[in-house]
Design a protein around this ligand. Structure first.
Ligand code: ADP
Ligand code: MG
Length: 471
């Protein structure tokens, strides 16, 4: 039986409401004009970048306005899981009658009309050498390991009347991205995650806001802003991204470092709590658990982390109330191996050697620590906490952790005068002062014996007074 007119209208309405032409927001549609050769979309996570890219390619393939298409994703897994099989990928977005077939062994999509697309991983730039294309889509360019993959693609993008490419990415301030932005044949679309809020899975928006809300990094990940490096900052975001890992290797030593806030309450500083470990000459930042805490809260948290990570030591800055810090820790667990560190040099001087370790690719963040990374990438040699409106407590704790794991392991090169005792009572302490060994914070080491803890309650000044008395 033939469908009735009403049924036909119904199907038409269905088809239309599912069609990208109807669903796409205006900024997700191909830019007008014929002067551009690169369409660059810089937008936050979940804006609809991948969907826009796949729909753009699919539209041209179905219309037959492109014939030899290239698709490039950061890795082979991204090609399969995101571009082909993902919720925004080709197999999902196409209707039954227009759906291309995917041949994984050939890395090839073929539409019913014969149009073909080859898929590439940006990890294998060599595969892009040779083949020629008339349309290309590049997803998440900012995370490509080999930027030269884009050169290879560009080189082969030369068939047809008007070869073009679309690049979509959460922006990161790379040289490559800056060059694309500066290119006069690029048209740029920008957007924020919130533009697509109504199409995102429940929880996605909350999750991303919890992780990045209110941070500088959030301006990149949510708002799609290209964050330029803060001039003279001791850390650069691209170092952090370059050396970031998903998982830490087996570690030789792990420490929990604390920079305790002196006061508590609404306007109090945060207590920085960072867990980091070392293997060989590489350090791994495992956790940032900093926050506004009452003293017993940060001590509990630090000791919880000490156990969770089977850490070797808790390191805490004792500038503000040495006794308080030591006894707070001891109250919760008298058996924790604890080391009090004392900052006599300025923050910048302490931070510099750590920033150098990052520059040399020797420190890896296991995952992303938005708030810590904000503090690192905004910290300049003339940092002024009054002007900044905050104290970089996460950075401080990180510096103590790395100094304990890395910098302090370096033997002093220049002579220092110091005071050291090893008594028969079961504890030993070393107190370095005035050392010219940049990066070695003044410190006192205590064993975890009861005597050690009793002695720990001497603060640095007391030790120094005794030293002066010639004790
Ligand atoms: N205009 C739109 N209408 C309906 N759903 C959309 C639209 N744009 C994007 N989406 C959906 O939003 C989700 C996130 O899109 P995606 O392209 O994966 O985001 P991104 O690549 O920017 O992280 C996907 O489920 C996608 O299909
Ligand atoms: Mg995407």
């Amino acid at each position: 039986m033939l469908p009735s007119t009403a049924q036909l209208y119904g199907r038409l309405a269905d088809a239309l409401s599912n069609s990208w032409r109807v669903q796409a927001r205006p900024e997700q549609r191909e830019p007008s004009g014929d002067r551009w050769s690169t369409w660059l979309i810089l937008a936050g996570r979940g804006w609809g970048k991948t969907r826009t890219g796949c729909e753009w390619i699919h539209g041209h393939a179905v219309a037959g306005t492109a014939h030899r298409i290239a698709l490039v994703a950061p890795t082979a897994a991204d090609v399969r899981d995101v571009l082909i099989e993902g919720p925004s990928g080709f197999l999902q977005i196409a209707s039954n009658s227009t759906r291309p077939t995917w041949e994984p062994s050939k890395h090839r999509l073929t539409w019913p009309n014969g149009v073909e697309a080859s898929a590439f991983s940006a990890e294998e730039p060599e595969r892009l050498r040779g083949p020629q294309h008339d349309l290309a889509y590049c997803d998440e360019l900012a995370t490509w390991k080999h930027p030269e993959a884009l050169d290879m693609l560009n080189f082969g993008l030369r068939v047809g009347i008007r070869p073009r490419k679309l690049i979509t990415t959460t922006p990161k301030p790379s040289k490559l991205l800056k060059a694309i932005i500066a290119d006069p044949t690029t048209v740029i679309t920008r957007g924020a995650t919130t533009d697509n809020a109504k199409n995102l899975a429940p929880g996605f928006m909350d999750g991303i806001l919890r992780k990045y809300g209110g941070t500088r990094l959030g301006r990149q990940e949510i708002d799609g802003e290209l964050l330029l490096d803060v001039p003279n900052a001791l850390w650069q975001l691209d170092w952090l991204d370059r050396d970031r890992v998903a998982k830490a290797p087996e570690l030789e030593r792990v420490v929990v470092a604390i920079d305790p806030a002196v006061t508590s309450g609404e306007d109090a500083d945060e207590t920085g709590i960072i867990v980091a470990g070392v293997v060989g000459d590489h350090a791994y930042v495992l956790e940032d658990s900093s926050g506004k805490y009452q003293p017993h809260e940060w001590a509990q948290r630090a000791i919880g982390l000490y156990r969770k990570h089977r850490a070797d030591r808790v390191v805490a800055e004792v500038n503000n109330g040495g006794e308080m810090v030591a006894s707070t820790i001891r109250m919760i667990d008298p058996n924790v191996s604890f080391k009090a560190v004392h900052a006599s040099r300025g923050k910048v001087i302490r931070a510099e050697p750590c920033s150098a370790l990052y520059e040399q690719s020797r420190v890896h963040h296991v995952g992303t620590f938005a708030r810590l990374e904000d503090q690192l990438c905004s910290f300049t040699s003339d940092f002024n906490r009054g002007a900044a409106g905050y104290s970089p407590d996460r950075l401080d704790a990180l510096v103590w952790a790395l100094s304990e794991l890395m910098v302090m392991a370096v033997e002093p090169v220049l002579p220092y005068f110091g005071w050291q005792t090893t008594s028969g009572t079961g504890w030993n302490g070393a107190f370095h002062t005035g050392g010219n060994n940049a990066g070695t914070p003044e410190s006192a080491v205590y064993s975890s014996s009861p005597e050690g803890f009793r002695n720990m309650l001497y603060d640095m000044e007391e030790i120094e007074r005794q030293r002066r008395r010639g004790w």
